[in-house]
Design a protein around this ligand. Structure first.
Ligand SMILES: Nc1ncnc2c1ncn2[C@@H]1O[C@H](COP(=O)(O)OP(=O)(O)OP(=O)(O)O)[C@@H](O)[C@H]1O
Length: 925
């Protein structure tokens, strides 16, 4: 037993020993192998260092060091490329003990490869610091004014792409001048290697005047494109933009002989241009009134009467027919275009009888049904002498209720009733009145517009009551539109021109656009349909336009750019440039970007772009803000710099204008500051005479200016700005203070006075200035880039042709614009900003208060309104106007009414004379 145990134990011990031995052997072998591998690695690495000793040396000496100049993103990428091409990279063994002479150099190269970007930034910061110090005197004396720190900093940054974001009057052109001079002076480029580009001829000529003598090429994009095409040997016959516009207008005229085209076009002018919104879309009465003011619904009949009256047709009387909603405008036009004789809001036949009973209810007093329709050849005048008028007319009431009989949510509650209950009680009262006096009443409802049954129902009811309908032909309708809505027709044609310009610049297809229309406006079916209708019209014009260009063997400006891009892409044209410098970069369009990109891709060159996205106002020539906003996504690695000191204007205009433009969240944040210790005043001047020409207001402004400036006023530059050329028509010729008027200026001849009397009535000062002055007038778009001591913006009103001009901001353009430019009225807001920033010393907003633009309301509320007591209508926040004095047992009081009565707000209030606030007292005038 004991023996066998011993044997077993011996065996176990022997086995364990063998196991332990084996483990030990294995470990020893592995250590040996590892040592061998490390040795091998070291040998390999040493061989690598030896083999590439020259390259390592060369890289250390020639590639790694930064030259004493700006190192661009491409420069460092080139260094990486050189290193990779010259030196295969191997890992340094972890426990390598430095024994080789090349080791440290190799290590430095590896470190450079992983830290190059940080090194580049450090180098550039140091270089710019050094260079601005070195060139301090140079930049101080280069131009008439010393360049400021941000301008110099922008110039010295010399990356692949540099975008300089400027403010108005911050010296964009000055910075471009500085850049060109610096490049030439430091031999970074020869004159032939620099191309200066701008968008408008005026600005390219300005650059030529300032820099042409240095031998650099200054061009517009179009002249560059022409040059490229000419170089290829096929000079094109080009039609300029004015002719393009004329051609599109002519094509439209020709197409009006086509019945389908004409029907679609007429329908768009009548119903598509200002789509009718459902009243329930508005949250407040204020919002609703603002929409009515912007849309300015005027019936065809009203417009015709106005036009004929203003043509001095003595047989005509003026009947202003401002309908109170888009739906009523639609009904009025429907009646008119079906040959139905009607009048709008005429007093009810038995109004006197009703008034005798309804003394205190204003909804029932002076009852005016919406439409009075005359039968059997009668009209508003002849019915007065008719023996039995009720047999020859019917009334039409249009009720603003939905299918459940509810009113829009912003309607007022009344007498303890909800707005719907109150409205329905009035409807019932009207039914009773017509029954009582045996007059015929037909009705239409808001919800019929949603259901699209309005026309069908109207026709049915009118025919039932013996109204003869004689619908006008499309040709007749067009002739009426030409007379009544001529500006609308022009606006649609201009919209089509803008659309075609953007369309050609974007290289999209109509199929793509239709799809985009469905996707983008999926929330609004009516808008989709309305856009499709317009796209159909545009496509007809576009096809004809392209085929006429082909027949005439001509190309337009967009083709010019597109063709030049293709030649550049095919290397038909080889560019010699090292630098592309673009001024006014905010005006860049998709096809101009593609041309720039083709040049850059063909052979490396740097892009230096200067622009101000706050002043991008050339959307109608194809400019797209996205290219500015997302510059780096389009052009690659970019350095962004800002120049924010404005040498033109100062506070408070800087604050007011910056605040205004930054309401659009898509605009770049900038902090403008004044470059001189000055003050630029902003003045709100409200017209006193309502619809009178503004001559007197202008005289008042000049008189006030005289009190401030004295005789030096004669030397001040004064500019009148308008949104449209026709804004100057608000000024009337040949009456004081205007002696002459031209499209581009007015000539003022007046005497200004400064008279002061003491307490006894003795004159202590009597200064007079006989002012004969030419005051320039121009549109905001023309004024871009210009400046004046005093600027007066004369169109600060609401409406289709107001400012913002609602007709120019059509949603259909969103199909061709990127998301960055879809802020409501964004383009008009920028144009308003451009207007404000032309002034050096004083900026005037001149407006009629009851028609003031929403832009002006916004600025006024933010900068002035808060300092004054608000005096406005409690319902729609419109201005109150004095109506009459009232004397009753409570004493003397005054009646005020809302100035938005024209748009349907009949709010009135009575204020005791003793409680009148100073501002309301002022409103009596
Ligand atoms: N560093 C400076 N110091 C003083 N004045 C300067 C400086 N830079 C530019 N200016 C002046 O400011 C004015 C506006 O310059 P410039 O016309 O280049 O501005 P801009 O940015 O192109 O203007 P806008 O944006 O309105 O088109 C010019 O009179 C110019 O001489």
């Amino acid at each position: 037993m004991a023996a066998s145990f011993k044997i077993i134990l011996t065996c176990v011990i022997a086995l364990i020993s063998i196991l332990v031995y084996n483990i030990y052997r294995k470990k020893e072998k592995s250590v040996k192998q590892k040592r061998l591998r490390v040795k091998e690695l070291h040998t390999q690495y040493n061989k690598h260092l030896e083999k590439h000793a020259d390259q390592i040396n060369c890289i250390i000496k020639q590639v790694l060091p930064f030259e004493p100049k700006y190192c661009s993103h491409t420069d460092i990428q080139n260094k990486y490329e050189t290193i990779k091409a010259e030196l295969p990279i191997v890992d340094i063994p972890k426990d390598y003990v430095e024994s080789h002479a090349g080791h440290q150099g190799y290590k430095d190269i590896l470190w450079f490869l992983s830290n190059g970007e940080t090194l580049r930034k450090g180098h550039n910061t140091a270089f710019i610091k050094y260079e601005s110090h070195r060139c301090n005197n140079y930049f101080r004396t280069l131009l008439s004014n010393p360049l400021d720190k941000q301008q110099v900093d922008s110039i010295l940054h010399d990356d692949d792409n540099t975008l300089v974001i400027a403010g108005a009057g911050c010296g964009k052109t000055t910075t471009v001048q500085g850049k060109v001079n610096y490049l030439l002076n430091n031999r970074l480029a020869t004159p032939k290697e620099i191309l200066l580009l701008s968008f408008a001829k005026k600005s390219a000529d300005d650059l030529k005047e300032k820099l042409g003598h240095l031998g650099v090429e200054c061009r517009t994009f179009h002249s560059l494109a022409y040059q490229i095409i000419k170089g290829v040997g096929r000079p094109a016959d080009i039609i300029p933009p004015e002719e393009t516009q004329q051609l599109i207008t002519d094509i439209h005229k020709k197409l009006t002989s086509d019945a389908t085209y004409l029907a679609s076009f007429n329908d768009f002018v009548l119903n598509g241009l200002r789509p009718i919104k459902q009243e329930n879309e508005f949250n407040s009465y204020k919002e609703y009134i603002a929409y009515l003011k912007d849309s300015e619904f005027e019936s065809l009949k009203g417009m015709l009467s106005k036009k004929r009256f203003h043509k001095n047709d003595s047989n005509k009387t003026l009947s202003n027919e401002y309908v109170k909603s888009g739906q009523e405008c639609y009904i009025a036009n429907f009646l008119f275009l079906h040959g139905v004789e009607y009048s709008y809001e005429t007093l009810y036949l038995y109004q006197k009888e009703i008034d005798a009973n309804e003394r205190y209810d204003k909804h029932k007093k002076r009852y005016r049904p919406d439409f009075t329709i005359y039968l059997n050849g009668y009209n508003e005048q002849s019915i007065k002498t008719c023996a039995n008028p009720e047999d020859n007319l019917i009334y039409l009431e249009h009720y603003g209720i939905d299918e459940n009989g509810d009113t829009p949510k912003f309607f007022d509650k009344k007498d303890g009733l909800s707005s719907s209950e109150h409205y329905r009680s009035i409807m019932q009262w009207k039914d009773e009145v017509h029954k009582l006096y045996r007059t015929t009443l037909i009705k239409s409802y808001s919800y019929e517009f949603t259901r699209k049954t309005i026309e069908e129902n109207l026709i049915k009811q009118l025919l039932k009551h013996g109204v003869k309908l004689s619908p006008k032909s499309n040709k007749e309708i067009y002739a009426i539109l030409q007379e009544a809505y001529s500006k609308e027709i022009d606006a649609v044609v201009t919209l089509i021109q803008t659309f075609i310009g953007l369309f050609k610049s974007n290289n999209q297809s109509f199929e793509e656009l239709l799809q985009k229309n469905r996707d983008l406006f999926s929330y609004d079916h009516n808008l989709i349909v309305r856009n499709e209708q317009l796209i159909e019209v545009i496509e007809r014009i576009y096809n004809q336009y392209q085929s006429e260009l082909k027949d005439k063997q001509k190309i337009d400006f967009n083709d010019l750019i597109n063709q030049a891009k293709e030649h550049t892409q095919r290397n038909d044209f080889l560019h010699p440039y090292k630098y592309l410098i673009v001024d006014e970069f905010q005006d860049i369009s998709i096809n101009r970007y593609e041309l720039l990109n083709a040049i850059k891709k063909q052979r490396y060159c740097k892009l230096f772009a200067v622009g101000d996205d706050w002043q991008s106002i050339y959307r109608f020539t194809g400019s797209d803000l996205t290219l500015f906003k997302r510059f780096e996504e389009y052009f690659g690695h970019t350095i962004i710099k800002k120049i924010e000191t404005t040498y033109r204007f100062a506070e408070p205009l800087i604050g007011i204008s910056s605040n205004f433009i930054l309401k659009n969240p898509n605009q770049t944040k900038k902090e403008l500051r004044a470059g001189r210790n000055a003050h630029t005043e902003v003045v709100f001047e409200y017209e006193k005479n309502g619809d009178q020409p503004i001559n007197q207001n202008l005289l008042d402004i000049l008189q006030k200016l005289y009190l401030e400036y004295g005789d030096t006023l004669a030397d001040k530059s004064i500019t009148l700005l308008g949104r449209y050329n026709h804004d100057i028509d608000q000024l009337v010729s040949n009456i004081n203070p205007i002696v002459q008027k031209d499209q581009n200026y007015i000539y003022v001849n007046t005497e200004l006075k400064e008279v002061e009397v003491d307490n006894e009535g003795n004159t202590i000062r009597d200064n007079r200035l006989s002012l004969q002055k030419k005051i320039d007038f121009m549109t905001v778009h023309k004024a871009k880039g210009l400046e004046s001591d005093i600027v007066i913006l004369i169109n600060c009103e609401t409406g289709k042709y107001g400012f913002p001009a609602e007709l120019s901001d059509d949603k259909i353009l969103n199909l061709l614009l990127s998301g960055d430019d879809r802020y409501p009225n964004g383009e008009e807001r920028r144009a308003f900003y451009v207007a404000m920033t032309r002034a050096k010393e004083k900026f005037y907003f001149l407006a009629n208060k009851s028609r003031q633009s929403k832009f002006l309301t916004e600025i006024y509320a933010e900068h002035i309104g808060s300092q004054q007591e608000a005096v406005c209508c409690e319902r729609c926040e419109g201005e109150l106007r004095f109506i009459k004095d009232i004397s009753n047992r409570f004493g003397l009081s005054k009646m005020f009414g809302c100035t938005n009565l024209k748009y349907g707000c009949d709010y009135t209030t009575f204020i005791k004379n003793t409680e009148l606030s100073p501002l309301l007292a002022l409103n009596q005038n």
